[in-house]
Design a protein around this ligand. Structure first.
Ligand SMILES: [Zn+2]
Length: 188
């Protein structure tokens, strides 16, 4: 099974030596439209009750092959971060990542897949949700805070933020990026 998890939680066991403050519950946002590169609709499923105290997403196929995004503890994240995670995970379906062999964790191919998914996510937020710089900053702040809590080094956080901000400023939309990605992979 191919799994893509928001890198905020990738491969890092959460080791809280002190009790983690209960996150403020936020209202769940509506899931976005999401269709994978084969034209299959992607289902979004809420997963609650895990010990992971932060919101996270995972893109995968279910036991019956159904493409899906697992939304884990979304109530722990403010709306803008929920919207970002949904579209980031959807991007792993749109680009065909989910059906490809998982590249070595944190290797260059994996990091590129994550950077592209972030890029697609913010372009969708800009075009479909009308995000401006102020709302993007809400995503960046919430994401950075979560990555820091999990123990990511500042350099990882700042390079991810730089990619997100430069993508948000680029011309063209998410479809262009998705099509280029599929073209590179011979998937279209
Ligand atoms: Zn990802």
């Amino acid at each position: 099974m191919r799994r893509y998890i928001l890198p905020a939680v990738l491969g890092i066991a959460v080791m809280a030596s002190s009790p983690v403050a209960q996150a403020q519950p936020f209202e769940l946002v509506d899931a976005p439209a999401c269709v994978n590169n084969k034209g299959e609709p992607v289902a979004f499923r809420a997963v609650e009750g895990t010990r992971q105290p932060l919101a996270a997403g995972m893109a995968r196929r279910g036991a019956n092959g159904e493409p899906m995004v697992m939304r884990s503890n979304f109530a722990a994240a403010p709306g803008p971060l929920q919207q970002f995670i949904d579209r980031h995970e959807c991007a792993h379906h749109q680009t065909g990542d989910v059906d490809m062999p998982h590249p070595p964790r944190n290797g260059p191919v994996h990091l590129m897949n994550e950077a592209v998914a972030d890029c697609i996510a913010v372009l969708r937020l800009r075009h479909e949700e009308g995000y401006d710089a102020g709302r993007l900053m809400q995503v960046v702040e919430a994401l950075s805070a979560d990555m820091k809590k999990i123990g990511f080094p500042d350099i990882s956080i700042s390079s991810r933020v730089r990619n997100i901000e430069s993508c948000f400023a680029r011309e063209g939309g998410a479809d262009e990026l998705i099509n280029a990605r599929l073209g590179e992979r011979g998937l279209k």
